[in-house]
Design a protein around this ligand. Structure first.
Ligand code: ATP
Ligand code: MG
Length: 382
């Protein structure tokens, strides 16, 4: 199957391979080497095939989603779903590095799916799937592993952290986590990856692996970049100032999308503060800056400005600020929590979404894998 038939599948612009003048149909035509057929020809720009750039991102099925997942990743997913060709997945293979209880896995996968949809993701507009439903990813992971070196993998800060935190379980999956993540992204030849700040370095590795593959075997993969609407990638800190909010660590300092109103209030009121700004112009302590960061995400700009002004003239009362933040947080989280609860009652619907998403994802993944095999020389029967 060539690029040409695929473009028909998307229904935008049929393309004709081979040399010579070509009729201009709907797209931008150009002469290019086609990795699918391994020949030169006139093609329509990939952008015109769907009219959209390709986006991939995933969330591990390691527990309840939290504000960090929402503001670092999901908020971007929702904004991208209109204008990009999006593949979003539940990273169940990635969750196996910590050997979760098999009884919990299924529930965790469907919860992540439901919480994504409850946050505003429209499964009709994006491919929403489970990583393990797309076996092509595992094969590309194997192929990329041949281009990944032990030394570089051992230097990854997230790997070093895990070694420190779980010295009894430093498995090869943990070491090659960035390779699997690269396969997740490159399998759809994605260009943009909406993720939080903690994933920045993994994206750099994905670009390295893409480059290495292209250099050795021929152009196949674009170099993907970490993406966030606005300027910088986001990191939502934990409420006690120790690291980031996380699904699998620091439960009482993380605000989950499934937290009850009372639990949200309790956690926010316990957030770490100090006795107030000591002198004018002194730098803002990290824990206070963290509270302002959270407020900026969920409160109206005039509320945040009021507390900023109170901070500057040193009249701020952190108790009042936290009360306000807690109420705004409750208003933000409660509708998502309720919607996610409702969705989790409808297993038939969730099954259908996940199956349809896997079909879309496999169609795209199979094309890339076929091209990768061909470039490597794994092509014995043609
Ligand atoms: P785990 O503790 O199991 O690793 P996690 O909370 O770190 O869970 P991931 O599944 O690893 O979540 O990451 C899913 C997405 O959420 C990624 O794009 C990641 O960058 C983003 N993310 C996770 N935590 C935060 C955070 N505190 N702030 C911003 N983005 C975050
Ligand atoms: Mg993580």
């Amino acid at each position: 199957m060539g690029l040409h038939e695929d473009s028909l599948e998307f229904g935008i612009c049929p393309s004709v391979s081979g040399f010579g003048p070509k009729p201009l149909l709907f797209g931008i035509w150009y002469l290019e080497f086609d990795p699918w057929s391994l020949e030169f020809g006139y093609f329509c720009s990939p952008l015109w095939r769907t009219g959209k750039e390709i986006v991939v991102s995933g969330i591990r099925s390691t527990g309840f989603l939290h504000l960090g997942n929402y503001f670092g990743a999901i908020r971007n997913y929702i904004r991208m779903q209109e204008d990009f060709n999006c593949y979003f997945f539940v990273a169940d293979w990635h969750s196996l590095t910590t050997h979760p209880d098999p009884k919990d896995l299924r529930g965790n996968v469907f919860r992540v799916l439901a919480e994504n949809i409850a946050s505003g993701l429209d499964p009709e507009k994006v491919a929403l799937y489970a990583q393990s439903d797309v076996p092509e990813i595992a094969e590309l992971y194997l192929l990329l592993n041949m281009l990944a070196y032990k030394g570089e993998l051992e230097k990854v800060p997230t790997f070093k952290d895990k070694v420190r935190l779980q010295p009894q379980n430093v498995n090869a999956g943990l070491l090659t986590y960035p390779v699997l993540m690269s396969a997740d992204i490159l399998i759809h030849r994605a260009v943009k990856v909406p993720v939080g700040k903690d994933q920045e370095q993994h994206l750099e590795m994905a670009r390295n692996f893409a480059q290495r593959f292209n250099g050795r075997y021929g152009e196949l993969f674009p170099e993907p970049v970490a993406f966030n609407f606005g300027d910088n990638l986001i990191r939502i800190p934990s409420l006690d100032g120790n690291g980031k909010m996380s699904k699998s660590e620091n439960e009482m300092a993380t605000l989950y999308l499934a937290d009850t109103d009372d639990m949200i209030r309790k956690k926010v009121m316990k957030a770490k503060t100090d006795s107030g700004p000591a002198e004018e112009g002194a730098p803002m302590p990290e824990t206070i800056a963290n509270l302002f960061l959270l407020m900026q995400q969920v409160s109206s700009p005039d509320v945040t400005d009021k507390f900023k002004k109170d901070y500057e003239d040193r009249s701020i009362r952190y108790g009042d600020m936290k009360k306000q933040l807690a109420e705004d947080m409750v208003n933000f989280i409660a509708p998502i929590r309720e919607k996610a609860k409702e969705l989790q009652q409808d297993q038939t619907y969730l099954n259908r979404i996940m199956k349809t998403g896997a079909e879309k994802a496999r169609a795209s993944a199979a094309q890339t894998l076929q091209a990768a095999r061909k470039l490597i020389g794994i092509e014995y029967y043609g």
